[in-house]
Design a protein around this ligand. Structure first.
Ligand code: DC
Length: 220
């Protein structure tokens, strides 16, 4: 039974910093890390490559079921090839959010995500890690920040990677994506009743990491 393997589930809106925090918590505890958003991004990328329309639920679900995906550090491999930053653009995020609204696609990706639960433990981030994928997670955190703060963080991230970025466009994009992720019927973005709320507006990354580790130790 893998129920004994602890999971720390960190959910929240786009660019809230949950990925950075989750990866650092995993490193600190020596746990595995799963960026579930990358799975949706890679699935959308694979669909574009195969010429599958982003609203063809049946074709997308069968593509998702057969997804040959592997993580190595922060690099993601699709069919054995690194996808690099192609899945990190705003377009890729928008495409991921579109296919993520389709229930058959979400169902097709469940086992793939659950396979990452391995000893000694898993830290994972996404939208439904605590509510659907790992409902028995030891600690659930809903990590958020104001939309302005999140747009600024995403702007900084994109510029650092050498991408073009426009703050106003990013703000609009983030709020639209969050609205779609929150409004969908299947596993919407929403704070679970048993999740701890962490608003990182004005907090440092270290403070957020400390909060999660503290919550884990208190729950262990
Ligand atoms: O966390 P992210 O920005 O990389 O996620 C990209 C999109 O994937 C996001 O807009 C919604 C979707 N997603 C999801 O529906 N469920 C998850 N667990 C993770 C991501």
């Amino acid at each position: 039974m893998n129920g004994a393997i602890p999971v720390i589930a960190i959910d929240g809106p786009s660019a809230s910093g949950k990925g950075t925090v989750a990866a650092l918590v995993a490193r600190e505890l020596g746990f595995h890390y799963l960026d579930s958003g990358a799975i949706y991004r890679v699935a959308a990328h694979a669909a574009a490559r195969a010429g599958v329309a982003l609203d063809d639920e049946a074709a997308l679900a069968s593509l998702a079921r057969a997804l040959d995906l592997r993580f190595d550090g922060i690099e993601v491999y699709l069919d054995g090839q690194p996808v690099g930053d192609a899945i990190r653009t705003e377009d890729a995020g928008r495409a991921a959010s579109r296919i993520a609204a389709l229930p058959d696609v979400r169902a097709a990706l469940l086992d793939l995500q659950r396979d990452f639960r391995r000893p000694p433990g898993l830290v994972t981030d996404g939208r439904d890690m605590g509510s659907v994928v790992f409902p028995d997670a030891r600690v659930k955190v809903f990590l958020t920040a104001s939309a302005e703060e999140r747009a600024k963080r995403r702007y900084k991230q994109l510029i650092e990677k050498g991408f073009d970025a426009n703050l106003a466009a990013l703000f609009q994009d983030l709020t639209e994506r969050d609205a779609r992720d929150a409004a969908r019927a299947s596993a919407p973005l929403k704070q679970a009743a048993d999740a701890l709320l962490l608003d990182t507006t004005g907090l440092s990354i270290d403070q957020a990491v400390f909060f999660v580790i503290d919550a884990y130790r208190a729950a262990a």
